[in-house]
Design a protein around this ligand. Sequence first.
Ligand code: GAR
Length: 190
Amino acid sequence: MTKRVAILISGRGSNMRALCEAMASPDFPAKPVLILSNRPDAAGLDYARAEGLPHAVIDHTQYEAREAFDAALDAELSAAQPDLICLAGFMRLLTPGFVEKWAGKLINIHPSLLPKYPGLKTHQRALDAGDAEAGCTVHYVVPEMDAGEIIGQARVPVLPGDTAETLEDRVREAEHTLYPDCLLRLVSQA
Ligand code: GAR
């Protein structure tokens, strides 16, 4: 049966696009039912509009408390009845209550080889440490940041002369294959 996928973004949305392009294939057993941004100006929304994909904005600046924002997020998601929620460059920390409600259905992509470098500035931290390789991780979301069970990882080399920007670009390329591959694996399970 076709699974229902919601995707949460905050910005560029290149991973959301990679997921949607994969799901556009007729034999992919999932479809995007909601693309949701916490920023009205997220560039990724242009793609959703152009493709006629269901999309919504819940502007976090309109909510004083994290719990109120997450309640609005929860209401919008509940209406879309997703089987899986993919965080794709969604840069808001989610409250434990929200995460627990959607446990097992909530996944994220993170630009490092977890458990190395949870949090921000992952590429600079890999360079500062002199790492020979970097990469990305798709994992289940749990209340502790970037700590959930790992679903898949992809590795890229760190090359001489790399800056945080060149490394970020190489990792992002890898993300665009890893995330659809992990999604396919999850939605293909019974
Ligand atoms: C991606 O590299 C993703 O791994 C990262 O943000 C970027 C979003 O790019 N996510 C995080 O850092 C989460 N903490 P995109 O908007 O082009 O998909």
